[in-house]
Structure formats: C-alpha cells, structure tokens
Design a protein around this ligand. Sequence first.
Ligand code: ADP
Ligand code: MG
Length: 316
Amino acid sequence: MNEFQLINRYFDWPQSGADLGVGDDAALMSLPSGMQLAVSADMLVEGRHFFAGTDPHSLGRKVLAVNLSDMAAMGATPRWFTLSLSLPDANDDWLAAFSAGLRSIADEHHVSLVGGDTTRGPLTIAIQIMGEVERGTALMRGGACPGDDLWVSGQLGTAAAVVMHRKDRAILPVSTLILCESKLDNPVPRLALGRELRALATSAIDISDGLVGDAGHICERSCCGAEIELERVPCLPELNGLPKNLLNEAILSGGDDYELCFTAPPERRNDIESLSTRLGLALTRIGCIVAGQGVRVLKPDGTRLEMTCGGFDHFG
Ligand code: ADP
Ligand code: MG
C-alpha cells in the first residue's frame, strides 16, 4: 500500500460540510456571513500523550475529542479538521481501527475531514480543527474580573488517577479503574456547555493540563488571581479512597480531563445552575477571581495548600 492508496482507503470519506475536501492541493470551505473562523491544533505523540500499544480505535476518538474540546472552550461549533499522521509503518489493522474510531466521533459531531498529510516516522497524530462562532461571541481566557466566581464542569482527576495506577503510584479497585479508563480514553468534549456559556461566562478554558495550571492561564490573560477552595473541587466519589496527597495532585494538577473551567459574575449563579440541570452535567463553583496574580488553593481551615506540582509543562 503506497501513501496515496493509504489516504484513499482510510481517510477519503464522503464529504458533506466542505466545498472541496481530500484529494486536491488544498481544501475549500465557506463560512456563513457573520461568523468567525475558530482554528486550533493539538498533537498526540506516542509515549508522551498516550501509551505505546494504545487501542487504535479509542486513539482515533481521543485525538479528535481533545481538539473538539478546544472548540468547546471557545464556544465555537466545530465544522472541519485536517489530520497529519506520522506512522512507523502502514499497518492495515491499525489504520482500519484508527480511522473507524476517528470517523465515529467525527460523525457524531458533524465535522468533516478535509485534508492532511501522511509521512513515515514515529507515531504522531496531529489534528487542526476549524469551527465557526458568531462574530464577537467567542469565549476567551482574558475576560475574568475580580469578584467573578470560578466554576468547573464534571469531575476532575479521573484521567490522572489512571496514570497513577499504571505507573504504580496508586492502586485503584478494578471497578474504579474501568470507570476512570473509559473517561481517559473517551473524553466528552463539552460543546453544548461551551456554546451556552457564551451568554453567561466572562472567560473559559478547557482543562487539558490540570486545573491549577489552566486556571492560571485564565488569570494571566485576565491580569488577575484566583482562589480555589480545595474541598469544593469535584472528583468521582470512587477516588476518595486514594491517599490525600495523590487525590489532591490528581484533581489539582492532573491533565487530560477535558472539562471546562470558566468564570462568571455571581449574578449568573442561578442561570448556571439551571444550565447544569438542563445539560445533565455537574457545574461546580470552586472559588473566585481576585485582584493580584496566580492561583492559590485554600484548605478547609483557610490556610494555603503548598503545591509541589503545577500544570503539565512539556519543557518544565
Ligand atoms: P501534497 O503533496 O499537496 O502535500 P499530499 O500528497 O500530501 O498532497 O496529499 C494528497 C491529498 O490527500 C491532499 O488533499 C491532502 O490534504 C490529503 N491527505 C494527505 N494525508 C491525509 C490524511 N492523513 N488525512 C486526510 N487527508 C490527507
Ligand atoms: Mg502532503
């Protein structure tokens, strides 16, 4: 199988959302008037972002899910994506499972694969995703104000707990491990939440590198600080058996949860609570935005938790 047969067989899917998709020198897409293009890229490298030997079907889903999560964090609707693949070899079984996984989540979210690049090399999967958002309504990191509440969706620390288990730092009961693994492998991009938050939130980010690090990005872009109340940070009840230091590390600096962290004025609390009910998704107020800089985590007695680990930093 040569490069072009590989592309034709696995990545030339019937197009609906593009004017011109895979097969030419560039793809062509049209944006309705009044809409802005939202573009984001995320790369997954074997051994760094996923374990060697990861099931290719879930990998196909995950690589698009993490990109969809960036669209969610902007309040954008994802429309198209490109796929750049570096493969050690052209393994039919791997490609069939990977492309099926990728296509399943693409179809669920009505996004079209419009092009990409394919090369031989260490297994690396890079996606560039493109979406649309009504001009001037995108959620950004820079709009938080002192006095705003700080919120998160879902539960944190689930993905990190699996990594701790796999690295022999913690032992999870089998049922907890299975539950957490399904979340690590199949993160749910919070697209509906992101779109709704455009009318409610002052800033948003998706939690890919850990709550404290990612809330810190909101603070930097908004020129303010944040206080997080440790006991308010939501985690799966099943993880309460972990030693306290590991649990704190998982919920505060564990990556890969892909929940949204956002800020909103206190007047929005009722709206956010009804949104939570409407979406069937936990939205939890975990702290507030303050003047100053940096993220402080407060223990129940009001003293500050000293953090030994920030967010994930590839060059840290
Ligand atoms: P070029 O030589 O212009 O870079 P390529 O030969 O790399 O073009 O790719 C041919 C066509 O296949 C292009 O439309 C490109 O976007 C598409 N393509 C290449 N690799 C992939 C991939 N992994 N997934 C989807 N489309 C791809
Ligand atoms: Mg090329």
